[in-house]
Design a protein. Structure first.
Length: 124
C-alpha cells in the first residue's frame, strides 16, 4: 500500500513540475547561488550553472534579470561572467533573510514569448 502511495505521489509531482514548463522556451538552466551581505545594503555572491539544456548559452543580462525577478523580488541585480565558469553578482536592497544563504533556481530562457520564465527556486 505504501509503495502505491509513493508511486502516485511521485507521478503527481512529476506531472505538476512538467505542467509548469513554458513550451515557448527553447533552453533552461539550473543555477546554484551563494550570497552574503557586503556591508553596503547589498547581497553579493556567485552564480554557477549546474545543468540544463543550452544552459551555457545563457547571456549575463538574462542571468542577472532572472536572479533579480525569480530569487530577489525584483531588486536590482548586476554582475559579470568570471573565469568562463560563474557569475559574480550583487543585488541592491535585498532583504536580510536572503543574505548568507544559498539556493538553486531553474530558469527557462530563449523564449518566443519573453526573455525568460522563472521556474522553481529553492533556498537553503
Amino acid at each position: 500500500m505504501l509503495k502505491n502511495i509513493l508511486l502516485v505521489t511521485a507521478a503527481l509531482s512529476l506531472f505538476a513540475h512538467t505542467a509548469t514548463a513554458n513550451s515557448n522556451c527553447n533552453k533552461n538552466a539550473w543555477l546554484s547561488f551563494v550570497t552574503s551581505r557586503n556591508g553596503n545594503g547589498q547581497a553579493c555572491g556567485q552564480i554557477v550553472i549546474s545543468s540544463g539544456k543550452g544552459a551555457w548559452d545563457m547571456p549575463t543580462a538574462t542571468a542577472m534579470k532572472s536572479i533579480s525577478a525569480c530569487a530577489y523580488s525584483y531588486h536590482d541585480c548586476s554582475g559579470s561572467w568570471v573565469d568562463n565558469n560563474h557569475w559574480n553578482f550583487c543585488c541592491t536592497d535585498s532583504p536580510d533573510w536572503k543574505n548568507n544563504y544559498s539556493g538553486k533556481l531553474n530558469v527557462e530562457f530563449d523564449c518566443s514569448d519573453g526573455l525568460f520564465t522563472c521556474g522553481d527556486v529553492y533556498w537553503n
